[in-house]
Structures are given as structure tokens and as C-alpha cells.
Design a protein around this ligand. Structure first.
Ligand code: CP
Length: 318
């Protein structure tokens, strides 16, 4: 069976831990793993702009011995001249992995349904699961564990990052607290799925409009831009709505001693986070950005091995 990674719960708790362990091993031996030797090509398709996702997948595929095929917005027939299903049937005969940054989650699901090779969500309107793997790797590096830690996300809680923190954090056995204003909270279906996962792992879920309730005792404090792609015209109006959720030094002081700050970047200093916090000693945002590379390399190797499409992964997967 071909394995895909379209949202965070596509990995079981044990599998997520296995991918993070492999990512740590790959980080320690950066050029030692070649599951894409051949070289096999991995396609990275962008319907939206990117810095971290583009660079980390391009470099990561090359480091795994493969050939990265980057497709920029508008360069393929996909979505305007050709259906997703026909595209999947064609390109999955040519490449080993399909990585796609797009809008609709349903599009990713359709791509996966018709693909012979793993499909990876490189950000959709609903989830950004590759980012959360990198974040979990970063938290584990700095705090030594995941299960039992309290991870707090403040801001636009109706976006793809909040959804993925709920699902990915619950999978890791973390206590996930999400705080945002009324009207900008996660969908009930996502909360329910996270709660189900947390029940299995010993984690917990709290969704609130009160940032102080979320911050008390937090080990990890996270935010994201208030202006996602396509919302640029609403920037100042959204800034008023989200202002009480800004991560300031005062907010960090409400968290636990030694709390760390994460942001998936790009960041807008003076909006969702102050410069004092993101450029201060609690911030691990550049470790987090680097870990996109290591986490995604491990994810690709894992999916190929589990799909029986790679046999030379020098890991403990077998
Ligand atoms: N965090 C993130 O996905 O960055 P890019 O949009 O630059 O890829």
C-alpha cells in the first residue's frame, strides 16, 4: 500500500516518533542516507510561493541522492488544462514522490487517490504537517521530550497551522492549547480528531479565547502570521482582531521558566510577535527552519520504505 502524508494524523504516534528519530539520525549524518539513489526524481509542485519549503525539499532530495524537480506556480497543466487525477496517473509513473503546496485539501486527496507513489502535503488551506514535524524535532532537541509538554499557539486559530498543531501535537502526546478570538477558532471536526488522538497518547486539548489561560505554565509558545497568503488586503483589519494575542515579553513571562518560542516564518515583527521575543534568547525559530530539511528527508525516506518503493534506507525501519 502506498503511504501518503496529507495531514498530521496520517502517521500513528509510533510512526511519528520513528520519523523524528530518523530525522535526528539524518541530521547527525547529513549525507549518509541515499534512499533516492539512482537518482530517483521527486517532484515539488508549488501553487503558492515559498522560501523554506522550496529550499528544504530541493536540498533534502539532493542530499538523499535524488533529483529534485521543482515546478513553480503556473508552470504545469495541473489545475487549469489537466485534471488532478490525470496528472497523478502521468507523473507518478515518472517520479518517486509527489510533494505539493496547494489550496484545497481535497485536491491533495484526489492526487493521492490516483498516485502510485507517496504524496506529501507541503501546505494546504487546512494543514501544514511538514512544518509540525520540523517543530516537534526542534522542541525535542531543546526540551528533551515531547509527551507531557504544554504547547501553546496564539493568534489565528482557524488556520492551517493551528489545525496541524492540534493533530500533530496530540499525536506526540503533548498538551496542546490553542487561543484565538471568537470567529477564528478551529473547526469542531479538527478539535474532535485531536481529542481522539490525545486520548490515545495521554495528551490533551484546550481551545480558548483567553490567551492568559493558555499561556500559564507553557513549555512552548508559538504563533504564526495573522495574514496568510491571499489575505494581504485585510492586514490592518486583522491586526486589530488579533492584537490581544501578540507574543510579547509579557506573554512569555506568563509561560513556564525556560519556555521556548517558535514561529514557522515568515514573521511580521510588531504584529504577531515583538522583535524582542523573536530575536531574543527564547527564540528557536532558525533551528526550526533548518529542521524542515531534516524532518522532510526522514519523512520521504519513511514513506518510500513503508510503500516498499525504497530498499536502501540505512535506518531501523525494517
Ligand atoms: N514556513 C513555511 O512553510 O515557509 P515557506 O512558506 O517560505 O515555505
Amino acid at each position: 500500500m502506498v503511504r501518503h502524508f496529507l495531514k498530521d494524523t496520517d502517521l500513528t504516534p509510533a510512526e511519528q516518533a520513528q520519523v523524528l528519530d530518523l530525522a535526528a539520525s539524518m541530521k547527525a549524518d547529513r549525507y549518509g542516507y541515499k534512499p533516492l539513489a539512482g537518482p530517483q526524481t521527486a517532484a515539488v509542485i508549488f501553487d503558492k510561493t515559498s522560501t523554506r519549503t522550496r529550499f528544504s525539499f530541493h536540498a533534502g532530495i539532493a542530499e538523499l541522492g535524488g533529483n529534485p524537480l521543482i515546478v513553480n506556480p503556473g508552470e504545469a497543466q495541473l489545475g487549469h488544462k489537466e485534471t488532478i487525477s490525470d496528472t497523478a496517473k502521468v507523473i507518478s509513473r515518472m517520479v518517486s514522490t509527489i510533494i505539493w503546496r496547494t489550496y484545497a485539501q481535497a485536491g491533495l486527496e484526489e492526487m493521492a487517490q490516483h498516485s502510485r507513489v507517496p504524496v506529501i502535503n507541503a501546505l494546504s488551506d487546512d494543514y501544514h504537517p511538514c512544518q509540525i514535524l520540523a517543530d516537534l524535532l526542534t522542541i525535542r532537541e531543546h526540551k528533551g521530550q515531547l509527551a507531557g509538554l504544554t504547547m501553546v499557539y496564539l493568534g489565528d486559530a482557524a488556520n492551517n497551522m493551528a489545525n496541524s498543531y492540534l493533530l500533530g501535537g496530540a499525536t506526540a502526546g503533548m498538551h496542546v492549547r490553542i487561543a484565538g478570538p471568537d470567529g477564528y477558532l478551529p473547526a469542531d471536526s479538527v478539535i474532535a480528531e485531536a481529542q481522539q488522538r490525545a486520548t490515545e497518547t495521554g495528551g490533551s486539548i484546550l481551545v480558548t479565547t483567553d490567551p492568559d489561560q493558555a499561556l500559564v505554565g507553557a513549555d512552548v509558545v508559538i504563533t504564526d502570521t495573522w495574514v496568510s497568503m491571499g489575505q494581504e488586503d485585510e492586514k490592518e483589519a486583522r491586526a486589530q482582531v488579533f492584537k490581544p494575542y501578540t507574543v510579547t515579553s509579557e506573554a512569555m513571562n506568563k509561560a513556564a521558566d525556560g519556555a521556548i518560542f517558535l514561529h514557522c516564518l515568515p514573521a511580521y515583527r510588531g504584529y504577531e510577535v515583538t522583535a524582542e521575543v523573536i530575536d531574543g534568547p527564547a527564540s528557536v525559530v532558525f533551528d526550526e527552519a533548518e529542521n524542515r530539511l531534516h524532518a522532510q528527508k526522514a519523512l520521504m525516506a519513511f514513506l518510500l520504505a513503508e510503500s516498499k518503493l525504497a530498499t536502501d534506507v540505512r535506518t531501523a525501519l525494517s
